[in-house]
Ligand binder design. Structure first.
Ligand code: ADP
Ligand code: MG
Length: 94
């Protein structure tokens, strides 16, 4: 299965995606209202960067601990699925 990144990433963020890919930036602050695909974008970029740099690890931080599972964890799991990579990741919750 081939997943087109342009379908997964919303058009407004394509230029940010290119800047990340070029290595031009090492920090991105995503602005925009609720539903502007900030979380989707960040999670897809995270999973892509992990695949491209297998020597790297990633950490996702959230201020509120008791919603980790239903927020950032689910978001990253969503990105793995959106990229068609469910078979390549093991999702654990320890
Ligand atoms: N490329 C896309 N095309 C269409 N819908 C998308 C795309 N990326 C994300 N979405 C959807 O947009 C909605 C809001 O995205 P989300 O990333 O949660 O926004 P934000 O973090 O800015 O509030 C989600 O339902 C998500 O599935
Ligand atoms: Mg969000």
């Amino acid at each position: 299965m081939t997943i087109s990144l342009s379908e997964v990433l919303s058009p407004g963020l394509h230029e940010v995606h290119r800047a990340v890919r070029r290595g031009d930036v090492d920090e991105v602050v995503l602005a925009g209202g609720r539903g502007s695909t900030k979380s989707s974008f960040a999670s897809v970029e995270l999973v892509k960067l992990l695949l491209e740099h297998p020597e790297c690890h990633a950490v996702v931080l959230r201020k509120v601990a008791n919603t980790l599972r239903t927020s950032v964890y689910e978001q990253v799991a969503w990105a793995i699925g959106a990229l068609g990579l469910a078979g390549r990741f093991e999702l654990t919750v320890s």
